[in-house]
Write a protein of this length. Structure first.
Length: 284
């Protein structure tokens, strides 16, 4: 599932393409994509509206549109689910088979492609109302973050995936941040010291910022082939650059040597998710 850095890079890529574009028509292919809104409600709300902003909250995209009539902005919440992609296509290109929603923008169309249909494109924005603090907004750990850790008996790696504790942090970067902070993923969250809590927050910010920096260098665009237009692979880096696994400190590197001490990276399962760590650098 895309994590905060992937969504942030996508927002930065789409924003200049969508600004000032007018929605001429809307087609939502599957009702569950818009739920609990209906496809008809989404169509009525967006037809004739103009894109005025696009932001990110945790792993969600928030589209702001100005209706043709009325002063109140319409906000649409987008979520990529596990396989979703959002991009613009030339109007002449047919939408892909698994297009969940298509917006006619005149010369182009905005496409939300979702193979497994776990994503969302809806007027219901309640999903962002109870999220925790954004890790990139404050240098020091917010009080809610420290208190949330102190109140939890869960392993710290498991607690970090709680979106009410910190917004947008996912499985990959939780493992990476714990390694950078030198904290065992098994350590109960409530046993973290104040120093460890501060270091963990800084490590979360560092790994997310670096991932965004790497992702921001990728040109997300379409290319022409003999078979027509297609989306360029939105992998983390061009083919000549190191693969994502080579850039990670621990994630996906079970059995390989730790970049710090040379000891083998270990893998364990926590809350049905894979955790990677160095048993030497992250002593309990």
């Amino acid at each position: 599932m895309p994590e905060l850095p992937e969504v942030e890079v996508l927002v930065r890529h789409l924003l200049p393409q969508l600004l000032s574009k007018v929605v001429r028509d809307v087609r939502v292919q599957r009702a569950r994509t818009a739920a609990p809104s209906s496809p008809a409600e989404v169509r009525r709300a967006l037809r004739g509206a103009t894109f005025v902003n696009l932001t990110r909250r945790a792993k969600y995209l928030l589209f702001d549109l100005q209706p043709k009539k009325g002063s109140k902005l319409v906000r649409v919440l987008g979520h990529l689910g596990m396989t979703g992609r959002m991009y613009l296509l030339p109007r002449a290109c047919p939408p892909p088979k698994h297009a969940a929603a298509v917006l006619d923008l005149g010369g182009e169309k905005f496409v939300f492609e979702d193979t497994r249909y776990f994503g969302r494109f809806t007027l219901d924005i309640s999903a962002v109302e109870k999220l925790g603090p954004e890790p990139l907004e404050t240098e020091e750990p917010p009080g809610d973050f420290a208190r949330g850790l102190k109140r939890s008996s869960q392993a710290v790696k498991v607690k970090l995936l709680d979106q009410t504790l910190v917004a947008g942090l996912g499985n990959i970067y939780a493992s990476e941040a714990l390694f950078l902070a030198g904290i065992s993923p098994r350590l109960p969250a409530r046993k973290l010291t104040r120093v460890q809590t501060v270091q963990l927050w800084k490590s979360i910010r560092k790994v997310l910022a670096k991932a965004i920096e790497v992702g921001a260098t990728i040109r997300l665009a379409y290319y022409e082939t003999g078979k027509g237009a297609g989306l360029r692979d939105t992998a983390w880096a061009p083919a000549e650059a190191p693969s994502p696994v080579e850039r990670f400190y621990v994630y996906g590197r079970a059995g390989e040597a730790c970049l710090n001490c040379g000891q083998g990276i270990k893998r364990l399962v926590q809350a049905a998710r894979s955790t990677f760590y160095c048993p030497n650098c992250q002593r309990r």
